[in-house]
Design a protein around this ligand. Sequence first.
Ligand code: BGC
Length: 803
Amino acid sequence: MRKILRITLKTFGVILVILIVSGLLGWWYVSSQFLNFEDDYTEKEEIPKLTIDGYTFLDRNENGVLDVYEDDRVSIADRVEDLLSQMTLEEKIHILKGSGMASGIGMVDPEEGIPGVVGTIVATPRLGMPALNLSDGPAGLRIEPTREGIDRTFYCTAFPIATLLASTWNTDLAYKVGDAMGNEALEYGIDVILGPGANIHRHPFCGRNFEYYSEDPLVTGKIGAAMVNGIESNGIGTSVKHFVANNQETNRNFNDTRVSDRAMREIYLKGFEIIVEDAQPWTIMSSYNKVNGTHTAESKHLLTDVLRDDWGFEGLVMSDWFGGSDAVAMVNAGNDLLEPGTKKQWDALTKGHDEGTLNMDAVDTSVKRILTLIFKSQKMKGYKYSENPDLKAHAEITRKSASEGIVLLKNEATLPLEKGKNVALIGVYSYDFIAGGTGSGDVNEAYTVSLEEGLANTGFSINQKAKDAYHEHKTANPEAFVKPEGMSAMFNPYLPTEMTYNAAMMQDIVAESDLAIITIGRNSGEGGDRVATDDFLLSDKEKDILQVTCKAFHAANKKVIVVLNIGGVLETASWKDQPDAIVLAWQGGQEGGNAVADILSGQVNPSGKLTVTFPVEVEDHASNVNFPQNGLPMKMTDLLFGKDDIPEDKMEENVDFTEYEEGVYVGYRHFDKANLDVSYPFGYGMSYTNFEYGEMELVHENDSLKITVPVMNTGQVSGKEVVQFYISKDSTQIDRPVQELKAFAKTVLLSSGETDTLRVHVPVKNLRYWNESSLQWTLESGTYKIKAGASSRAIKKAVQVKI
Ligand code: BGC
């Protein structure tokens, strides 16, 4: 017996030692390859600087040459050329990749780096070039809020998610949000914000849709450009991501997007193209996926032919984190910077040079682009950051932008509410409001205002019975309310279990309150797509809550409002008849609860409109047949180590490719063409007032269509109206959508009886389609209809023009 025990203990001991040793070895490997890796780069001695007549030079007296270095009177291009000529091969390869991801997971001494910074552009001390810090985006700056040994916090503002921001259709407001976000980067010592996201909502299940603006490329481009311009007005760079056709999270590092040229140009590339044209961002981030067989990060066609040669993009392209698989192919294709940088990439680039596969012209071009960015940075200019951005002022901006993007979907003589009413808050999310999605798009904010707090702040009383029921549920299910933290929070959305209400409990609540608000919450993010059950569709519990609440409150002649605190579209057609009002609050950032209360109380008249269609059923989307439905989460090992090619017979279950069979028929382009009913159409949103559209005028002048339309507030309260301009071509030789958005504008706040005449320009070139036989933009001549609509399905005025 003793012997058996001894052998067992010994075996356990050996296993334990093996486990510990392999764990340590594994950690050492990951750390040395991906976190803080040594890339054999040897630092050379710093060249001293000289100042003569106010100009700064690198001291190269030994050659008798003085070269410009750091002076605004000398163009950046000249300084870059000069520096490049001084760089060794090793220095050039060194600067092409970041230094690993240690600080991104908090593994950095706060004296030496900023915890939460996910990537860097490395320093070249010999030439006086500093390191730059790259941090996420896009709903706010993402850095660690606390630092070891430092007795203060470093919170950032959680602004509304991108889809909400786009729903404002207000480019000035998007600029202001960008400006505030950029200012936080500036004051916290961050040089480039990794955002905004400009991917298209191809399907409602994409887990990252909340980081993206719309199913339409024009909205994406215009709001995205405003955001870039706002952030960059601080001298901070942006990285517009994820370039391109990255519309799902399932197998995101290896999925091949199989898509037509026309759909690429007209839908998936278009938003990026508009951003380049209107904002010329400092950087663009290539995506994880492949497009038609090639990783975007290795595609010369996309990164050089389209982005640089066709569009004139002047900035640099960085990879998504650990994206691409062949470092040499990436640099050769025009992916200038490899982030966050790995030991494997350093080795591959060095080997590529030795073997002659690394194109040294491409290396020089990429290094020049990186040096240019460093010269433009505030770091290079020696900006002393305060670490104290004005978070109070930014809270005001986020609240204002959140309320402007909230969409009123339904209102049957219910809203706005009179202040002072006693509100029964139903469902856990009323008390636990969701500020934004998860993953790298999450923000470390100081607080999130819940709907409960927002209503209380605005002068409503909160029904105690309903609140007690919530607290009882919470106490009885503590494990369901544990918020994931650290890395776990990155990939596991916090979704506390919903509660159940029985009829008797509801009767008590009705008796003591004036109305009910049910909040339905959803959350998703990086690394996983959504699914139909209990996500796109309401769960059984939610259906019950709706039914029990509506029955009890309606029997007492009291109203029920549904607030949707969601990051992506959900099914509404089957239940929208039940409540009296539906408010699409999206995820409004840290001031979300206050923003919803502003709308409910009428302090702000809703003026948000949908930038995505709410379909009757998800199957109505043309993309649905080819969208992965299993919601399988991403594998960390795939991300870090890559994965082997999948055998043919296993392709399907591994979702190795996604066929974009629907071509350009994404969102309303499909629903209109297929003549399908929708639950809420693209561009839809209600107001507490009414608007009338006057005569629309169009002048065709200098290759541009100049359109005006007066909009009058004919209701009782002040409000803003978003007008959308769609073009149609009824008689056409090609297959084209029924209508396409070509411009939009928003009125100023109009008081009752007031009129604002909106003016937009549509360049005639924007009426072209991508001709797949000639591989170029082509204008079809003939008659076009230009329509002004309150939504894609509420056209108010139309004019015709012959081109
Ligand atoms: C995401 C990017 C993000 C990067 C750095 C990646 O996993 O796809 O959007 O900017 O990580 O956090």
